[in-house]
Design a protein around this ligand. Structure first.
Ligand SMILES: [Zn+2]
Length: 294
C-alpha cells in the first residue's frame, strides 16, 4: 500500500495567545530573503558574524507577521501583511484567516502600525479595491498625512520608493470613507496606540491591555532580530528618519525590559511573542516557550 506523500509545505503559521480576555492570534504572512545591505550603519561582515554565531541564515531571512484580535465581539486585524506586493511566497493572510473560519467581510477594524507594503499590501487587491469591505482603517495621523502628501511622492527617487508611496496612496484611497486617524488614546476598548516615530513618521505600536495582562504589538521596532537586539543602534536603510528610529528603538526596548512587558512584532521570529531583557551588550529577545493558553 502506498505511503502518504511527504508534506511539501510547512503547517500554517497560526498561533494563539490570550491577553486577559482578548484572544491574540499571530499570523505568519511568509518569509523573504533580505540582505545585510538593508542595514543603514553596520558593516555587512559584522552582521554576518552575528548571524553565524547565532545559527541564523546568511543571507538573512525575515519573517513578516500580522495579528488578529478578538476583542469582545469585534474582529480586529493589526496590519495585513504583503498581499501580492512582495511575490507569491508571501501574502498568506487570506489563507490563514480562512483556516480560522474568518471571511474578509468579518473584519471590523484594521489597526495599521505604518503604511509600508509588507504591512498594508494585504489591504487592497490587484484592482485597487479594499479586501476588507466592512473594516474601518485606523492609522496614526502622521503616517496618513506623510504618505498622502504629494511632496512624499515627488521626493521618491527610486522605483522602489515610488512603489512604496503609490501602494500607500492606493490604500488610503480604497479606505477613504472609513479611515480614522489617531495620535493617542484607544482605537477600541483596551487597545491603544503607542507612537514610535522614526521608521516612518507615524509608525506606532498597539498596546493591548485586558484583565491585568498586556501586550505591545510593536510593529517594526526590530527588522532583524539577530542584529538589532544585540545592536539596537543599527538602523535600516528605509527608515524615514534613521536617527529618530534608533532613539525610539532604544526607548521602547528600555521600557519593555524595565516593565517586563510582553511584546510581539511584525518581523520577530514566529510565533513572535516574548520579552526583552538587558544583555552584556544591548538587549536579548527571550521568546515565550510553548505554553498554550488556548
Ligand atoms: Zn515591515
Amino acid at each position: 500500500m502506498a505511503k502518504p506523500p511527504h508534506p511539501t509545505r510547512q503547517a500554517l503559521g497560526v498561533h494563539h495567545r490570550m491577553v486577559g480576555e482578548v484572544l491574540v492570534t499571530a499570523l505568519n504572512d511568509g518569509m523573504f530573503e533580505g540582505s545585510f545591505d538593508f542595514l543603514a550603519n553596520f558593516p555587512s561582515h559584522e552582521a554576518e558574524a552575528l548571524h553565524q554565531a547565532s545559527f541564523r541564515a546568511v543571507p538573512p531571512r525575515l519573517a513578516v507577521n500580522n495579528f488578529l484580535l478578538r476583542v469582545q465581539d469585534r474582529i480586529v486585524l493589526v496590519d495585513a501583511g504583503c498581499g501580492g506586493a512582495m511575490g507569491p511566497d508571501m501574502g498568506h493572510l487570506t489563507v490563514n484567516l480562512a483556516a480560522l473560519g474568518v471571511a474578509p467581510g468579518d473584519i471590523d477594524m484594521v489597526l495599521a502600525t505604518h503604511l509600508h507594503p509588507d504591512h498594508i499590501g494585504g489591504l487592497v487587491d490587484g484592482a485597487g479595491q479594499a479586501v476588507f469591505p466592512n473594516a474601518e482603517l485606523v492609522v496614526h495621523q502622521a503616517d496618513h498625512a506623510f504618505w498622502g502628501d504629494d511632496a512624499t511622492l515627488a521626493h521618491a527617487t527610486s522605483d522602489q520608493d515610488k512603489g512604496f508611496v503609490q501602494l500607500a496612496r492606493a490604500t488610503i484611497a480604497a479606505y477613504r470613507d472609513r479611515t480614522r486617524t489617531l495620535s493617542q488614546g484607544e482605537a477600541l476598548q483596551g487597545v491603544s496606540i503607542l507612537p514610535e516615530p522614526g521608521h516612518t513618521p507615524g509608525h506606532s505600536g498597539w498596546l493591548v491591555a485586558s484583565g491585568g495582562d498586556s501586550l505591545l504589538i510593536w510593529g517594526d521596532i526590530v527588522h532583524m532580530p539577530g542584529i538589532q537586539f544585540p545592536r539596537p543602534q543599527v538602523g535600516m536603510g528605509f527608515d524615514v528618519d534613521g536617527a529618530q528610529a534608533i532613539e525610539t528603538r532604544r526607548r521602547i526596548m528600555d521600557m519593555t525590559a524595565t516593565d517586563r512587558l510582553c511584546v510581539a512584532g511584525m518581523h520577530l521570529d514566529f510565533p513572535c511573542f516574548g520579552h526583552v531583557a538587558r544583555a552584556a551588550e544591548g538587549y536579548a529577545f527571550i521568546p515565550e516557550v510553548w505554553t498554550p493558553t488556548v
